[in-house]
Each structure stands twice: as C-alpha cells, then as structure tokens.
Design a protein around this ligand. Structure first.
Ligand SMILES: Nc1ncnc2c1ncn2[C@@H]1O[C@H](COP(=O)(O)OP(=O)(O)OP(=O)(O)O)[C@@H](O)[C@H]1O
Ligand SMILES: [Mg+2]
Length: 296
C-alpha cells in the first residue's frame, strides 16, 4: 500500500464502531466481507480506500506489541515461502486504562477479484488453472511450523497473482508444536461459557489442519459447500490427489464439512447468547462486531 490510513480517519471509524456496538445497528458500515469472527469494513478516505478489520480488544500496549511482532514474523515466513501477502498494517488506538483496540488495515481490493467470487463468475477452465496455482502455493508454504487458513475467500487474484489477505491469526508453531501466537488473545472472542480447557482443546483441533497441505486442501474443499461451490469438489479432488501422498475422497470432504459446520454453528449460537447476556443482564457493551448469521 503506498499510503497509510490517516489517524483521524481511523479514529472516526472507531467512533462509529463504538456507537454501533452500543446500539447494535451496523447499518452505517460499508462491509467488504466477513469470516467467522468479525466484519471487514471499507473506509474511503482522501488517501485511498482501505479494508479495516477490528481485532479483539487488547488489555495493554505491551500485549499489542507482542502480537504485532508475531504477525510480522508470520507475514515474513509466508513471504519467504512464496506466498504473496497483501501489504498489511496494524494500528493501535489507546483507550487509556482500559487498554486499546487495534485494526488490521489493508488496501481495499476489488471484491470481484475475490477467488470465492471468481469461482462463481469464471468458467471451469479458469477454476482448474486457479486450483493448480493454489496447490503449488500451498505445497510450497505449509509445514509443521507454518500454517494458513487458506479457504477461497481468503485470496484475491490480481492480474494472475494469488494474493493472500487473512493473516490476523498467525499460524506459527515452535519445534514442539506449540502455537507462537498469543493464544489467550485469539480466544477472547469465544464466549466465556467455553472455559479455558475446552477452548485450548478446540483450538488445537481447529488449527492442526492448517499446518499440512492435506489439511488445508480438505478445509478449502469443505468450505466450497459453504460458498455453494460444491459442484467443483470432484474436479478439484482429482487435481489435488495427483499431488497428495494420502488421497482425499469426496466422502471425507463432506464429513469434514458437516463436522466443521456443526462446530462453528455452536460457537455462533453461544456468542449470540453471550452477547444477549452481556447486553441485557450485565448491561455492558458487547465488545465484538459479530458477523451476520452464516448460512451453512
Ligand atoms: N483487503 C481486502 N480488500 C477487500 N476485501 C477484503 C480484504 N480483506 C478481507 N476482505 C473481505 O472480507 C472477508 C473476510 O476477511 P478475512 O478473511 O481477512 O477475515 P476473517 O475470515 O473474518 O478472519 P479470521 O479468519 O481471522 O476470523 C474476505 O473474505 C473478503 O471478502
Ligand atoms: Mg477469512
């Protein structure tokens, strides 16, 4: 990105977010997209148009700096292993003694070039050539200490180059398989009903797959069901199995997606229950911008 978002524009966005969290009305936002955790907001400014993803609140600046370091290391590792990452900047807005909020800011890329969109709009020939490029990129990058959440909605195709955007969860592990990222921080948006041990087990189960080519491809194919692209599964399976040591089957993909969808549906329901509890019983402002209900 040539120019960064101006502090006043980010402050103005955060004021809008605070108001929306209080009122529960997200109507003012221009939403570029969302994943399981949050919304990505489009901000048009004199300096350019930005994609801003609000991260879970940070208890203090120190915690933010450590996260920033891990994220920089993650992006560095992805780049070193051949992945083109959209230029990404983290910004911290202090809120005094109650810590701060941070945004992950990227240039707003053209929605029509999102790969999950292109798989709907382009023909089968394009899909096959995309998937060949995709498999090469993943095969080069994924390893036991470097992972990616690489579903189609996390990539843009810009002039034939695959550009990865979803880097806010740094999938870096040490030699003993422990996550390098601040796991507690990443889990704060999971409802308190899920206690520490449950969260830790969920995290391990939910992230193991991102550290191997096979797991990433399985997740990619499973998510095609969510994007109503499952007619592509047989074609992509054939392409993937030419490269995988242990082949995947359509049954495994369907079973995987059913399990994953169930898990996320439960998390989504619990989050909404938590939000209701925080707002109506505790009379607190719920601190996360939740995505709309996701059809699975
Ligand atoms: N730089 C960008 N330009 C345009 N749209 C974007 C950009 N970054 C993200 N988006 C849109 O927002 C969606 C969600 O973004 P992203 O994948 O980064 O977040 P997420 O899946 O919610 O993240 P997480 O998996 O960490 O919860 C993308 O699928 C895309 O539609
Ligand atoms: Mg995503």
């Amino acid at each position: 990105m040539s120019l960064a978002i101006a502090p006043r524009d980010l402050d103005a966005l955060e004021r809008q977010v605070q108001a929306a969290l209080r009122s529960g009305d997200y109507g003012v936002f221009d939403v570029l997209g969302h994943g399981e955790d949050t919304l990505v907001l489009k901000v048009r400014t004199g300096e350019g148009t930005f994609a801003c993803k609000r991260l879970p609140p940070f208890p203090d600046y120190d915690r933010f700096q450590r996260y920033e370091e891990t994220l920089a290391r993650y992006v560095g590792q992805l780049s070193a292993h051949g992945i083109t990452v959209a230029p990404t900047e983290l910004r911290y807005l202090s809120r005094g003694r109650s810590g701060g909020v941070a945004y992950c800011v990227q240039e707003a890329l053209p929605p029509a070039q999102l790969c999950s969109k292109l798989l709907h709009t382009r023909d089968l020939g394009w899909a096959k050539s995309f998937f060949a490029r995709y498999l090469t990129a993943i095969g080069r990058a994924a390893r036991p200490d470097l992972g990616l959440d690489a579903q189609a909605s996390n990539w843009f195709d810009l002039d034939g180059e695959l550009v990865f955007v979803d880097v806010t969860t740094p999938f870096l592990r040490d030699g003993r398989g422990r996550e390098q990222a601040d796991v507690g921080l990443l889990l704060t948006s999971l409802p308190w009903i899920l206690r520490g041990a449950v969260k830790a087990v969920m995290l391990k189960a939910a992230t193991d797959k991102y550290y191997s080519t096979r797991g990433i491809v399985l997740d990619f194919l499973g998510n095609l069901y969510k994007d109503r692209l499952d007619s592509l599964v047989p074609v992509f399976l054939e392409q993937a199995n030419e490269r995988l040591e242990v082949p995947l089957s359509s049954g495994e993909v369907a079973r995987y997606y059913a399990g994953d969808a169930r898990m996320w549906a439960i998390v989504q329901r619990l989050r909404k229950a938590d939000r209701f509890w925080q707002r109506t019983v505790r009379r607190r402002t719920y601190p996360f911008l939740l995505p709309p209900t996701i059809r699975r």
